[in-house]
Structures are given as structure tokens and as C-alpha cells.
Ligand binder design. Structure first.
Ligand SMILES: C[S@@+](CC[C@H](N)C(=O)[O-])C[C@H]1O[C@@H](n2cnc3c(N)ncnc32)[C@H](O)[C@@H]1O
Length: 319
């Protein structure tokens, strides 16, 4: 299996997460975590952090755990397991290292160009024709860059009487708290068009604060796409750079959940390195192969009925 560029970036970010638990000893070399220890790490994360390790690609997760072991300066998985058992701070750090939050405003600009020129105008027209509301769901929204980019685009395209709801969900509470704050360093907003930058961002120290009117357009919820109940029904779902972390079996399960959350003709956008697993191809029509944009087909598998399942508000927590 190849490790994506995001994995490498992720390992690079662990330095900043190195905490007080750093110890002076020979660092762990290599990336293999024996199956039994890996299982025990998974149990701790499940029990203490409600984070499900199984389902993610083992190799990918093991490499990140190994990077974390190196970050805290321990010589191997066994002493790390002992640390993890008793140190809730380290449990949180490990979850943060495993669920990587790399993102940017208007990441993959060509995808947003297709959304702006084709998908959003069509969906907005559809909602006008049906006197309904446009619903957008960003899954694995990280620190909010993706749903806020959609909010900025929609603001540009919408008429005064159009109605819009944008939901951002992620498994990481820490990322969601940052998303709610809406304050970003320069490198995260490099893709924002100049006129939007001028209108909607204000410098705040070394960062840039997104205006309240855009922040209020997006609601954030903690939701695990794999193990929590189906959550929302949307006309447009972005689930970009999330599937890559899962095994094919779990990708299939997630894609079936997404198909159920889309109405017929609703749109799904995956990441540029992602694609539909074979078993799900009959659920979608490929609209733009380069941008990984798909449209829900009418099939025997029915979308979720409205009204929507209850939304759980985001509570203050550290994960
Ligand atoms: C690389 S980021 C993608 C951010 C954004 N979608 C983009 O493409 O720029 C992956 C995000 O998926 C989230 N994630 C991982 N597993 C998840 C799950 N089971 N349910 C929901 N979100 C998940 C991670 O916490 C992380 O914020």
C-alpha cells in the first residue's frame, strides 16, 4: 500500500504535539506495531476516547502510532502502551495524530470551479423551483475550511430569497472547536480569492478571522461517518480526503451511507485521490471524473426519509 502525501505531512506535524511526556531514551525505529499491542491500543482509544481504530487502514494507523511513539521519545510500543493506559492527555494527542486535519480554503480550486459554474447554480435553481432549502454537508470538515469555502461560494451565487443550510461534521472535537472559531493562519487561506479575502477576513494577530456572517452560515457537529447513526440528508455532500484512510470494505459502507443521505440527483464530491469502490458504482453516475463528482442515481436502495434524524449539538470537549 502506498502512503498518501497527507500521511507524510501528518507525521511531520507530530513534533508540535510533543508534550510533557517526552522522555530521554533511544527512540523507536521502524513502524511495526505487533497485532496484539495494536489491538490493545485500539481498545483504550475506544473505551476512553470513543474513537474506533478498526476500519481505518492498519498500515496507515500503525505508521502514525509509530510516529507518535517517536515523538514522545519512547523506545517501542510496549512502554508506549503503558503510557497510553494512564495518560489521558496522551490518548487525546494520539487521536489527534490519527485523525489528520490537513485542509485549506478552496482546496483543489478546479473542483470548486465546477461547483461554482455547474453544480451549485443547478442545485440553487432546483431549490427555487421547489420552494425549498439548499442543504450541503461537508463530512470530515477538519477545521472548517471546506464548509466555509462552500459558504463563501454560495453567498456569491445566492439570491436574497434563497435558503441555505451548511453542516460540517468531523470525528475530532478539537478540529471542530477550531472550525467554530473561524480563525486561520495565512497558509490556510492562500486559496481565497482576493475580493473575498478583503470582504470577509480581518487580520487578528498572526491569523485571519472569518466574518461572523459566514461563520453563522455553517453549523458544526461531532459525527463519526462510520459508526454513528446516519445523520443528515443533503443535496450536495463533500466527503473529500476521508475515504483514503479506510479499508475498501469500510469505504463501501461509508459510500452506502452517503447514497442513503442523498436524494436522487443529489451530488457527491470525493477527494482527488479517491474513487467509488466497485460495489457502489451502480448507485452513482460519474459527472466529472477528474474532480470526482458523482450524481446519485435512482436505485432500489432508497434515500433516507425526511424529517432528518435529530442533530446533536456540539459539546465542549477536547477530542
Ligand atoms: C484530511 S482531512 C480532510 C479535510 C477536508 N475534507 C479536505 O479535503 O480538505 C480528513 C478529516 O476526516 C476526519 N475523519 C477521519 N475519520 C472520520 C470519521 N470516521 N468520521 C468523520 N470524520 C472523520 C478527520 O478528523 C479529518 O479532519
Amino acid at each position: 500500500m502506498t502512503i498518501s502525501p497527507e500521511d507524510n505531512t501528518a507525521m511531520g506535524t507530530n513534533d508540535e504535539e510533543t508534550s510533557a511526556v517526552k522522555q530521554a531514551s533511544a527512540p523507536f525505529v521502524g513502524g511495526d506495531i505487533p497485532a496484539e499491542l495494536y489491538g490493545q491500543i485500539g481498545e483504550i482509544l475506544q473505551q476512553k476516547q470513543n474513537f474506533t481504530l478498526s476500519g481505518y487502514k492498519d498500515l496507515c494507523m500503525k505508521r502514525r502510532i509509530a510516529a507518535r511513539i517517536r515523538s514522545v521519545g519512547l523506545p517501542g510500543p510496549e512502554p508506549y502502551l503503558a503510557l497510553l493506559r494512564e495518560n489521558s492527555c496522551e490518548q487525546e494527542q494520539l487521536v489527534a495524530s490519527l485523525s489528520i486535519h490537513v485542509s485549506q480554503f478552496f482546496r483543489n480550486p478546479s473542483t470548486f470551479a465546477v461547483l461554482e459554474k455547474m453544480i451549485l447554480p443547478e442545485l440553487l435553481q432546483r431549490t427555487r423551483d421547489h420552494h425549498s432549502k439548499l442543504r450541503v454537508w461537508s463530512i470530515g470538515c477538519a477545521n472548517g475550511e471546506e464548509p466555509y469555502s462552500l459558504a463563501l461560494l454560495c453567498r456569491k451565487l445566492m439570491r436574497a430569497d434563497d435558503l441555505l443550510t451548511i453542516i460540517g461534521t468531523d470525528v475530532s472535537r478539537a478540529a471542530l472547536q477550531r472550525a467554530k472559531r473561524g480563525c486561520y493562519p495565512q497558509n490556510r487561506i492562500a486559496g481565497v480569492p482576493e475580493e473575498m479575502l478583503q470582504e470577509y477576513f480581518t487580520p487578528e494577530g498572526a491569523e485571519y478571522l472569518l466574518s461572523e456572517q459566514i461563520r453563522h452560515q455553517v453549523r458544526f457537529f461531532r459525527h463519526d461517518i462510520l459508526s454513528d447513526q446516519p445523520f443528515y440528508r443533503a443535496d450536495l455532500i463533500l466527503c473529500r480526503n476521508v475515504l483514503i484512510y479506510f479499508s475498501r470494505a469500510q469505504q463501501r459502507k461509508i459510500l452506502q451511507i452517503l447514497a442513503a443521505a442523498l436524494p436522487y440527483n443529489g451530488y457527491l464530491v470525493l477527494g482527488r485521490a479517491e474513487t467509488l469502490v466497485t460495489a457502489c458504482r451502480e448507485l452513482f453516475r460519474c459527472v466529472d471524473p477528474a474532480e470526482r463528482i458523482y450524481q446519485r442515481l435512482k436505485t432500489d436502495e432508497k434515500p433516507l426519509p425526511l424529517p432528518l434524524p435529530c442533530l446533536q449539538p456540539l459539546r465542549k470537549a477536547s477530542r
